[in-house]
Design a protein around this ligand. Structure first.
Ligand code: ADP
Length: 479
């Protein structure tokens, strides 16, 4: 016998279901059979009572004794008249009247040679009911100790149970057969129901096993609309998300390799030039070294960007503390001021709130605002860059607006993608990695916030970051 713990779910459900129903059915059947028997038994006893009442009525002679012989005689004579006994008896009812010593005075003829076993009733205990065999049949015997005038007799009425006990046992047999059939049906039904309930789960798990890690495009497309369908639907959703995440990772690796290859190729080519021409041509030597320095700086910048992205993606590991958006933005603007001044741009900072505290990694927040301000200065040739910080309800916001060429409508949805650089022709003349805005978005998200891009009223670009203020800020990573 297997231990219950090692049974499959299907058998556990089937067996417990069947066992429960078998217990309920058996108890109900046993109760019905018992109740039926006791009702029938009570009826038989009622009949014995009725006959006894008729006989005892003789003891109160003021009642008219219709149908009886010798009614003018004494009550005792009436009682002991065998014709009267024949009148009171029936094929199912036998009567015997004994003296107090237990000897029979008179018997109904249907008893023949047999007797109703003598009774123990007496003046102190005048009534008794017994279950006995009379003439070889089961019977209920009612015994009464009766005073008739100066004498006492014992009246015994035996009501046969033969025909009813046959009916009762037939009924009980029928109930038992029905119970057996019901139990077999219940067991089979439990197995079928349990299989039906469990089969979809087995199909699901088989499908999952077959799928393996290579087949993320696999979908269960479960046709049913029940709980299993819901589970399969969630599983398909999970697969879609996993597939998208894997695709993003693959894209990132291919983009990153491509982006890293360009400066590396340039460094390599210039190193070759140096090897061949460095000693003969001073100008080539300087140009090559400058290019190598620039490209390796760009490589470093790109690697830093990728490291920051990786850090922001591991959201829950970032240590967070209360950080003032106003102070961080003010610091970024102060650092960017020399570059803006070099290009003849107005760089302004304005705070529309007294405080805007968020729960964040200060270094990442500075980098986020820094990337937006750097871009604004980088892509603006004339005019100004405005940085504003403010709050509304439960959020703090940072807006960076410039008067540059702006971002074309069709580029807006893509500028936050990794390595995406809008307007290639213009971007080529401006240094950059295409990771800046992806980093801004990752940092905003990891702090429970978001960033949007649009066109400023004057035609330049407009960026807005929104983050939850301290009481509402998430305590851990991505929400
Ligand atoms: P990078 O600046 O290194 O090119 P980013 O991810 O920071 O990369 O920006 C992606 C692209 O979005 C940029 O190449 C540029 O085309 C566009 N962009 C970003 N900020 C601005 C801005 N303030 N004005 C105009 N274009 C911008």
């Amino acid at each position: 016998m297997k231990r219950l713990g090692t049974w499959s779910l299907k058998w556990k459900i089937a067996v417990s279901y069947a066992a429960l129903l078998v217990v309920v059915l058996s108890t109900t059947s046993a109760f019905v059979a018992w109740r039926f028997g006791s009702i029938i038994y009570a009826r038989v006893q009622d009949r014995a009572d009725a006959t006894m009442e008729q006989i005892l009525a003789v003891a109160s002679p003021e009642q008219p004794q219709l149908g009886l012989q010798d009614v003018s005689a004494s009550p005792l004579q009436v009682l002991l008249n065998s014709d009267n006994l024949a009148y009171w008896s029936s094929p199912e009812t036998s009567i015997e009247i004994d003296n107090t010593g237990g000897y029979p005075l008179v018997k109904s003829t249907n008893l023949g040679e047999a007797r109703i076993p003598p009774s123990q009733v007496n003046a102190a205990h005048p009534i008794e009911y017994r279950d006995l065999q009379v003439r070889g049949d089961p019977a209920i015997v009612e015994d009464r100790f009766v005073r008739v005038g100066a004498n006492s007799v014992i009246v015994q009425v035996a009501q046969s149970l033969a025909s009813v006990s046959q009916a009762v046992s037939e009924a009980r047999r029928t109930v038992a057969i029905m119970l057996l059939v019901a139990i077999v049906a219940v067991v089979l039904l439990s197995i079928v129901l349990a299989s039906q309930a469990i089969n979809p789960i087995q199909v699901l798990s088989r499908a999952m096993r077959e799928m393996g890690s290579e087949r993320l495009d696999y979908r269960l497309n479960w046709p049913r609309n029940d709980e299993i369908g819901e589970l399969a639907g969630s599983f398909d959703d999970l697969l879609s998300r996993l597939e998208a995440a894997f695709a993003r990772e693959r894209q990132f690796i291919s983009d990153a390799s491509h982006e890293l290859k360009t400066p590396l190729t340039s460094i390599n080519a210039n190193a070759q030039m140096l090897l061949r021409w460095a000693e003969r041509d001073e100008r080539v030597r300087r140009d090559s070294l400058e290019t190598i320095a620039r490209e390796s700086a760009s490589l470093g910048e790109m690697l830093n960007g990728m490291l920051t992205l990786a850090k922001a993606d591991r959201g829950d590991e970032i240590p967070k503390e209360p950080v003032s958006l106003i102070e961080e933005a003010r610091m970024v603007v102060r650092n960017a001021a020399p570059r803006a001044k070099e290009k003849g741009l107005d760089l302004n900072f304005e705070s529309a709130a007294n405080s805007a505290i968020v729960l964040a990694d200060a270094h990442l927040i500075r980098q986020m605002i820094g990337n937006l301000v750097d871009n604004a200065v980088k892509f603006t040739e004339r005019g100004s860059v405005e940085v504003r910080v403010g709050t509304d309800d439960h959020h703090g916001w940072i807006e960076v607006r410039d008067t540059g060429a702006g971002i074309a409508e069709h580029d807006l949805p893509r500028v936050f993608e990794r390595f995406y650089r809008a307007d290639r022709a213009r971007s080529r003349s401006v240094p950059g990695t295409g990771l800046g805005l992806a980093i801004v978005r990752s940092i905003a998200r990891v702090h429970g916030g978001s960033v949007t891009a649009g066109r400023a009223d004057g035609g330049g670009s407009f960026f807005r970051v929104v983050m939850p203020l301290l009481p509402d800020a998430p305590l851990t990573g991505l929400s």
